[in-house]
Design a binder for this molecule. Structure first.
Ligand code: MRU
Length: 364
């Protein structure tokens, strides 16, 4: 997608040297900064500190981290250590483990001197493939939006509510939940997006609003508690969110607060869709509440908030009394019964094992 008119992906290797470049997402929307990752350590901390984030981008970054690791130590021990270090960065997004498993299958049987070359080729393949998957999700999802527009029978925009950031910044390009919106908008369907701010890290107002604005998609930031009220008043036609890990039977783990939006959508008969590339589906589990590890993050994300201060500088302020307790679960699980459908790269599935297995028979 474009930033100030120039096309970018979120991660790309240097054409001449041994490093990859990323957009530092902790600096958006106020500064657009490109950062080099030149080692395994750089890569692991970029994931942990969320310079890169979003399940598909975490997967692609992990793959490039394995390449950088193999440049430094291509031994069996180096391979195992790199896997352990990357695995420990963020526990919930299954794309990370998916990328590590792909790398393990390709690198373990190879001779150590061949490993860096193999890792580079596979990281590039994973990166390019992510773009294809997200583009296909966009095609299928934009049909849903177009159908809604036709059935509404008026020229008013389709109002789409989304949570967190599942746009191109969360993937290599296009996004998952936002890909259908970009494609519908590009095709001339009038769309308007309600952007949940998504406390505590505010991926909605910092990242989703920024990237929609860059592409010219009309959007309005709302506080996290507003969605249900808007739904009750007929101001939401459809919800589309992303996922960090969806189980084989369609339970959806996504950014904290997603579950409450699904409950409100269900109560108001509003379709609630999840955009999920197959790389975000964990085919080994069927109970999201029991089986998905929920990342616990630093309490400072809750007790403090960052932004642009009145004097134009970027700063952080404390938003609760000294000594208040906090708790910071980063994700929640929406049970399959609340999910209208899962938009995948092979089409739209019902949120159940039977329907998913028809689209992906090789996994179940
Ligand atoms: O903690 P984050 O910012 O990595 O969480 C991101 C989300 O929850 C996204 O909705 C999810 O990764 C889907 S990304 C296309």
């Amino acid at each position: 997608m474009k930033v100030n008119g120039k096309a970018y992906r979120t991660i790309w290797p240097s054409k001449t040297e041994e490093y990859v470049e990323i957009i530092d997402q902790t600096r958006l929307p106020f500064e657009f900064v490109i950062v080099k990752l030149a080692s395994l350590d750089n890569t692991a901390s970029a994931i942990t500190e969320m310079l890169v984030r979003g399940a598909p981008l975490i997967g692609a970054t992990t793959a490039w981290g394995m390449w950088l690791a193999m440049l430094d130590d291509n031994s069996d021990n180096g391979l195992a250590q790199a896997q352990d270090q990357l695995r420990a960065t963020r526990p919930t997004a299954v794309n990370l483990q998916w990328a590590l498993a792909k790398m393990e299958a390709a690198l373990r049987p190879a001779l150590p001197p061949e490993r860096a070359v193999i890792a580079y080729a596979l990281a590039q393949e994973i990166t390019d493939n992510d773009v294809r998957l997200c583009s296909a999700i966009g095609d299928y999802g934009s049909r849903l939006i177009t159908d809604l527009y036709k059935s509404k029978g008026s020229d008013t925009a389709i109002n789409i509510l989304t949570h967190c950031n599942a746009g191109w910044l969360a993937t290599v390009d296009w996004g998952t939940a936002l890909a259908p919106i970009y494609k519908a908008h590009n095709a001339g369907i009038p769309v308007h997006v309600w952007v949940d701010e998504t406390r505590p890290r505010n991926q909605g107002n910092f990242l989703t609003a920024w990237e929609l604005h860059q592409h010219g998609v009309p959007n309005t930031v709302i506080v996290d508690n507003a969605g249900g009220h808007l739904m009750q008043h007929g101001k939401v036609d459809i919800c589309i969110v992303g996922t960090d890990r969806t189980t084989a039977n369609g339970d959806v783990c996504n950014k904290i607060g997603t579950y409450l939006k699904a409950l409100a959508a269900n109560d108001n008969d509003i379709p609630f869709y999840v955009a999920a590339p197959s790389t975000s589906i964990d085919w080994t589990i069927t109970d999201g509440l029991k089986n998905i590890p929920i990342e616990q993050r630093d309490s400072l994300e809750v007790s403090r908030i960052s932004g642009k201060l009145d004097d134009g500088t970027i700063g952080t302020v404390q938003v609760m009394p000294d000594g208040s307790n906090t708790r910071n679960d980063a994700f929640d699980v929406t049970p399959a019964r609340l999910v209208t459908g899962i938009i995948t790269e092979r089409g739209v599935s019902k949120a159940n094992q039977q329907s998913l297995s028809k689209l992906f028979p090789e996994f179940i």
